[in-house]
Design a protein around this ligand. Structure first.
Ligand code: SAM
Length: 362
């Protein structure tokens, strides 16, 4: 039985309605058999990464899956957009390592007017998740190509701890400079994602709150999930939402913020003085599968309906065999229809997914 939530966490406040509408020129919106609307595509453009974060990768060069030509990713995005998907997140591996990334963003940005008659750029949200190592040199070009915003993964605000996590010396300064460059380029508000590991970086919770207040970023703590290449995950290593809330509250009282949209995964907070924003994403202690709106495409062109899927579904194969857009849309509908109801982390008989996070696209 989960411990009772402190009142600040309950209930999730109401969300703003979606921008998608029946007259937006798209087909009927994608929906699974559980009635969830699928509006959010995460596309992995490579599964190479220049970091070897201890909670994600083994530290050895493991097997890589293949990457597709940029045009094939663009066609896939177009198909999903025509099915009502209005949020595209480019990820990896490390997406900034992918040659042709700017061309892909330019292509996706061109889909905006087709998607929305109002040609409102916000109607097709293009976001990117990055470790930030190469961001300082790319932020302006990313913005110019049409990217709306970035999420940067940064698991410590202490340089030494961060290098121990990434296994790359000097990574903290690079990433912090990348965050600042993204803000200057207009890719904000920048979200900073931090996975907390017990006895590794959990002493930094309060320092992250200060970082949010000082740097003007949204810090989001993510509970560690069993998606690593190694078999190192244990429930005891997960730093859970209730503990994070209690620790932050002890320093400065938190104030709950409303969800920004119906499929919001983070519980959002600010502090009494309104300075700083903290999100907590708690897939382990407070799963949100019931309002999951996501579907993923891996760098080798497979559709995954859940991070914890036991298999994935080929999309690039039929594309290369000459399937029409209508046939591919029908295939996507069929795959999405069978999206898993929920994950089973922590339950007896839990099976690790068929791929680890770096090979899925987080
Ligand atoms: N390289 C990019 C980055 O670092 O953001 C994109 C890929 S990375 C796999 C995407 C996100 O997944 C990162 O925020 C990372 O911290 C998170 N992640 C990786 N493994 C995870 C795990 N086992 N549990 C929770 N989050 C994880």
């Amino acid at each position: 039985m989960a411990a009772a939530l402190p009142p600040i966490l309950d209930p999730i406040p109401a969300a703003a309605p979606s921008t998608w509408s029946e007259d937006s020129g798209t087909e009927e919106r994608l929906r699974d058999k559980h009635g969830r609307a699928i509006t959010d595509l995460r596309l992995s453009v490579t599964d190479h990464c220049n970091y070897k974060c201890v909670y994600c990768r083994t530290g050895n060069e493991g097997a890589q899956y293949s990457e597709l030509p940029i045009e094939e990713y663009a066609r896939m995005v177009r198909l999903f957009v025509s099915l009502g998907v209005d949020k595209i997140r480019l990820t990896g591996g490390e997406p900034l390592l992918r040659r042709g990334l700017l061309d892909l963003i330019l292509e996706i940005a061109k889909m905006r007017p087709a998607f929305s008659r109002s040609a409102d750029p916000a109607a097709l949200d293009i976001a990117l998740t990055t470790n930030g190592h190469l961001l300082a040199g790319m932020a302006k070009d990313l913005k110019r190509a049409g990217l709306n915003r970035v999420t940067v993964s940064m698991d410590a605000v202490d340089a030494e701890t961060f290098s121990r996590i990434t296994r790359v010396p000097g990574s903290f300064e690079r990433v912090r400079d990348g965050i600042r460059a993204a803000q200057d380029a207009g890719l904000g508000p920048v979200k900073v994602n931090a996975v907390l590991l017990r006895s590794f970086n959990d002493h930094e919770i309060e320092a992250f709150a200060e970082f949010s207040r000082k740097e003007g970023v949204i810090v989001r703590f993510i509970e560690w999930m069993p998606l690593e290449e190694d078999r190192t995950w244990t429930p005891e290593a997960v730093v859970r939402m209730d503990e994070i809330v209690a620790r932050l509250n002890a320093v400065r009282p938190l104030v709950a913020l409303p969800a920004t949209h119906a499929s919001e995964t983070a519980r959002r907070f600010t502090f009494e003085d309104g300075l700083g924003e903290i999100g907590i994403i708690a897939p382990v202690s407070h799963p949100f599968c019931g309002h999951c709106s996501r579907v993923r495409v891996t760098s080798d062109g497979k559709v995954r309906t859940c991070l914890f899927s036991q298999s994935d579904h080929d999309l690039v194969g039929p594309m290369r065999q000459g399937a029409s857009d209508d046939e591919l849309r029908a295939r996507i509908r069929k795959i999405v229809d069978r999206k898993e109801a929920r994950h089973h982390i922590g339950e007896p008989g839990f099976l690790k997914p068929s791929r680890s996070m770096v090979h899925i696209g987080g």
